[in-house]
Every structure is written in C-alpha cells, then in structure tokens.
Design a protein around this ligand. Structure first.
Ligand SMILES: [Cu+2]
Length: 356
C-alpha cells in the first residue's frame, strides 16, 4: 500500500512537472524560436495554430566560390555550356545583377495528441530578376537591361512533429514531412538576347516557383529554457528523390541552426541565431532552359552559406493572449557558391501567429 502511495505521489509530481513545463512553454515570448525557423515547436493535444509569414530575400552581384566577379568578367571569360547549339555564343552574354524573392507563407498546426503535431504550410511567391545583356558574341559593349518576373503558389509541405522528450528545462521533437509539387516549374517571360531579339522563354531554374517533385523532409529540434534565457538547435533537410516532369531534380537542401534568446519580460524576447545552409546542384536538365546565362546552368546552383540572424518575439497578453508577432533579419557571414551565381545580401522575415 505504501509502495502504491509513493508511486501515486511520484506520478502526481511528474504530471505537475509536465504541466509546469507546458505552462512555461505557452506563457513566454521565447517559447517559439526566431521566426525564420520552421516547425520549431510542438503543441499540446487539441491546440490549433494559424501563422502568416512575410519573407523578403535580396541578392545582388555574382560570386564564383567565395570571390566576387563582375558582369564584364562573366561575359568575357565564363564559357556558355550551350555553345554549339544554334545562336549560342561561346561565353555567358546575359548576366543577372539583382534578384528579389518575396513569399507570403500560410501555416496551420494542429495537435490531435500530445505526441504528434500536424503542420501544413503553403506560400505565394513572387520573384524578380534584373539582368544586363552584352552585345553579340564578344567584348563588353552593353546592349541593354531587362527584368523577368514569376509569381504563383509555391510548393506545399505537410509534416508531423513528434514529441521525443520533454522536461521542465528542455524539449526535443523530430520532424517527418513531404513537400508537394504545387508550385509551377514552367514559368516564362520575355528576355533580351545578345542579338537584340526579345523572345518569350522558359525562365532559368532560380526563377521557377516549385521543385516539381515530392520531396521528403526530415528534421530534429531541441529547445532549452532557463528563467530568462532560452536556446535551441534544429537540423532540417529536404531530399530530392525523383525527377520532375521536365527531366531534372533540384539539389538536396540541408539546414543546421542554433539560437540563443533573452527573455526581457514574459512578452518580449530578443534572439541571435547562426544558420548553416547547404544546397546541391541540379541533377538533369530542362530541355527548354537553354540560354547564355549562368542561371540556366544546372551546375551553377549549389551554395554553402553561414547566416547570422537577429530577431525579436512579442507575445500578447490579456485580450491579445495567444497572438504573437516576430521579426528576424538575416545577413550572410560566409558564402561559397558554384558559380557564377548571385550572392545573398539579406533576408527579412516578419510573422504573425495565433494559437487557440
Ligand atoms: Cu504552432
């Protein structure tokens, strides 16, 4: 009987600890990671969450490896992989100078049980790329500039987040999901060729909105807490396992990130974050993407980056209980690109979340 009582007391103590942990995770601004991290937290049984994120990424100038390279150098020294095909010059005569990517991301989370949270994310993406076209087959005479645009619904991801461990000071969960090919891969726009013509062509790989393939997603997230600090780390990979209808697959993407947040009051936290990013080259080739431009080369897509993120989270209280606002600004500290390829300059993420 005494044994049973002790066991019962132990179970109650454990449950209280669990509820305490739960209370902590819902009542502080930093119970969510910096807003640039996806699938960073899980929910308790019966909870729903809606999220909206606005992301803007800006790229400018090109690199080969870690070295900046000018448009003139690219136009006169970089071989065109399509040389030998009709009207293809020996070097890359069209050079991208700037790219802006804007995303409106919608997300839903629901926990049918404490051990699993389901997540669906989709987005509307707008891409803009500016280019300079050099005249004819050689020299550095500029013929003109042009901008291509693409927009539409992006790929949609569905995922399960599985609670592996949780205690008062930390939690760990695994992510297993699938990216669905809801984004377009046949985007086209008019371009200015080195010959002065302006045909409508299928846009190169970085301007396409989707991957065109079902891509498995795997990840692992750790969150740790103390009274006024929190920290965490996440690994997340997207694997390409099939070719799309246009005869290629994008490179795998791997992200490894770690962050530290300071809780100034239950409603305000600030964060610093490092993220390592690695993306492979494209395997295969879209037969309709043929142009003397670096973005059309399947072997000029791989990137390795280290980014620094500065962010803050706000958590509503009272009548705004359950509402969150968060911002994060990311700057690359290091980037090594298979190039020539446009380099990242900065990224901004702003998000609103509501759980109930
Ligand atoms: Cu959530």
């Amino acid at each position: 009987m005494i044994k049973l009582k002790t066991a019962y007391a132990g179970a109650v103590a454990l449950m209280c600890a669990f509820q305490q942990a739960h209370a902590d995770t819902v009542a502080r601004a930093d119970s969510h990671a910096p807003i640039g991290v996806m699938g960073d937290h899980i929910h308790n049984k019966g909870e729903w969450m809606f999220s909206y994120r606005y992301m803007r990424m800006f790229m400018e100038d090109s690199r080969i490896g870690t070295d900046r390279v000018s448009a003139e150098t690219i136009a006169t020294t970089q071989a065109n992989p399509f040389f030998g095909m009709p009207m293809q010059p020996p070097t890359l005569r069209v050079v991208p100078t700037r790219m802006t990517t804007e995303m409106h991301m919608l997300g839903f989370m629901y926990a049918p049980a404490d051990w699993v949270t389901l997540m669906v994310m989709s987005n509307y993406t707008e891409k803009t790329m500016d280019h300079v076209t050099f005249q004819g087959g050689m020299g550095t005479q500029i013929l003109g500039e042009f901008t291509t645009r693409a927009s539409g619904i992006g790929d949609t991801s569905i995922a399960g987040l599985f609670r592996i461990a949780e205690n008062q000071g930390y939690s760990v969960h695994a992510t297993a999901g699938l990216s669905l090919p809801t984004g377009e891969i046949g985007e086209q726009d008019d371009v200015l060729t080195p010959l002065g013509t302006t045909p409508v062509l299928r846009l190169p790989y970085p301007m396409q909105i989707g991957s065109g393939t079902f891509d498995p997603i795997l990840g692992l997230t750790y969150n740790g807490y103390s009274a006024s600090w929190s920290w965490g780390a996440q690994w997340r990979s997207t694997f390409r396992v099939e070719n799309n209808s246009e005869n290629y697959q994008r490179g795998d993407e791997h992200k490894l990130t770690a962050w530290l947040a300071r809780l100034w009051s239950p409603n305000i936290s600030t964060s610093i974050r490092l993220e390592g990013f690695d993306r492979g080259n494209i395997d295969g080739q879209d037969p309709l993407i043929v142009a003397p431009v670096q973005t059309a080369d399947p072997d000029n897509q791989a990137a390795t980056r280290l980014d620094l993120g500065l962010g803050f989270n706000l958590l509503g209280s009272g009548s705004l209980s359950g509402h969150r606002l968060a911002f994060e600004f990311n700057l690359p500290l290091y980037q090594d690109l298979d190039g020539p390829q446009l380099e990242s300059e900065w990224m901004l993420t702003a998000g609103y979340q509501y759980s109930f």
